[in-house]
Design a protein around this ligand. Sequence first.
Ligand SMILES: CC(C)(COP(=O)(O)OP(=O)(O)OC[C@H]1O[C@@H](n2cnc3c(N)ncnc32)[C@H](O)[C@@H]1OP(=O)(O)O)[C@@H](O)C(=O)NCCC(=O)NCCS
Length: 159
Amino acid sequence: MMPDIVLDTYEDGERNALADAMEIMARAFDPAYGEAWTLPQMSGVMLMPGTWLTVARLDATPLGFALVRSVLDECELLLLAVDPVWRGRGIGNALLAGSLSTARRRGITSMNLEVRANNSAIKLYEKFGFEYVHRRPAYYRGNDGQLHDALSLRLDMMM
Ligand SMILES: CC(C)(COP(=O)(O)OP(=O)(O)OC[C@H]1O[C@@H](n2cnc3c(N)ncnc32)[C@H](O)[C@@H]1OP(=O)(O)O)[C@@H](O)C(=O)NCCC(=O)NCCS
């Protein structure tokens, strides 16, 4: 069942919010793919105008986050992550829906993202209507040396 979460949005690289996101980051990304970002990478992106971080919380506890960067009327979903213990209860769905609502309020008309071709998150993106733009063969290298394609997806938010 979906827990009674709240979504908080940050634009200013507020330190506690970044720390919350980093806490989820450490647990959410499989180290096999080296996809987790470092704190300097997160702080650097948060300094760019048009970037926002959405944190899902149950009471004060962070359960997941989404990071979006926008330029004019386009945006990119840079990261979406939910604490493994809390997966499968609609939090990823809520974070993506919340990020899209924020984007719409800002007059943004499309969201892009890039994802490893064998990531189960693709099901979530398809559910929201994201469409395939292109495939980059052998773009990600796992720490076992195996190569994985990257998929670029795009959601036309005007539809
Ligand atoms: C992707 C991720 C954010 C989904 O979070 P979540 O809270 O489990 O997602 P939800 O419970 O809202 O599920 C939403 C939909 O995603 C799909 N989905 C999520 N996890 C899935 C899984 N392990 N296998 C198959 N489908 C899955 C389902 O279609 C689901 O919809 P449904 O419940 O209507 O069937 C989470 O798995 C995660 O943090 N993954 C690691 C980080 C990552 O790879 N992020 C994406 C690239 S940045």
